[in-house]
Design a protein around this ligand. Sequence first.
Ligand SMILES: O=C(O)c1cc(=O)[nH]c(=O)n1[C@@H]1O[C@H](COP(=O)(O)O)[C@@H](O)[C@H]1O
Length: 254
Amino acid sequence: MSKINRPRFDNPLFVAIDTIDVQRAASLAKAVAASAGGIKLGLEFFMANGIDGVHRVRAAAPDLPLFLDLKFHDIPNTVAGAVRAVAPLAPALLTIHASGGPAMIKAAREAAAEAALRLGIDRAPAVVAVTVLTSMDDTDLMSVGQRGPASDQVLRLTDTALAHGAAGIVCAPTELVRLRARFGAQPLMVVPGIRPADAARGDQKRVMTPADARAGGADVLVVGRPITDAADPAQAAAEIAAEIAAAAELTGAA
Ligand SMILES: O=C(O)c1cc(=O)[nH]c(=O)n1[C@@H]1O[C@H](COP(=O)(O)O)[C@@H](O)[C@H]1O
């Protein structure tokens, strides 16, 4: 297997732009461009607008890396095909579900590397594996037949994901310290479930503030509604970026 592609982001704030409206998505991308390190487009946006829609949003903020969060979870052959299909978008990050298992994770990683080579893309998309969704707690986990507590299941899935070629994982901020202690600094830790102290949790269950998540070792902080639902998204993004930067200074993180 080729060397693991592990990107580093100077600015770890990725704004999740969850909408079906291309114009709104483009104007949000533009509004947050000064404070964000990247934008994330996910299922909601992609189901409505597909590859063309992604191009249109990127044109609004061309310098921002793209996190394409489609959470692939299928048989290895199908996932490899899906990775190849979106590779021309050259996302910096691409998600799969770790629970798809070793062969699926390996197939995704290999498809990303091969497609990048074939397309002449400098850097293959980093495949990151979603562990336990941040909207699930221990009871939810049990109800789908998985052994909890959530933090133990995240550890097991991280082990599997990293052993089979994922560049990193998606986890809740509450698991970061334990994961860093076990897996060290190398794996990319992508962390949603971020809520400023005064923000509504919505459907998120395992949450922390931007400062605590950064101090805990998050490489990428995924923040959606606290920014996109704010009266002034540019200002909300700037405040969260400042909170992250202050936490990084305190802890000596880059
Ligand atoms: O893969 C993800 O990005 C993801 C994984 C996870 O466990 N939880 C989670 O919330 N996400 C995504 O992160 C974003 C969080 O958005 P907000 O809850 O609005 O901040 C959404 O786009 C989710 O799809």
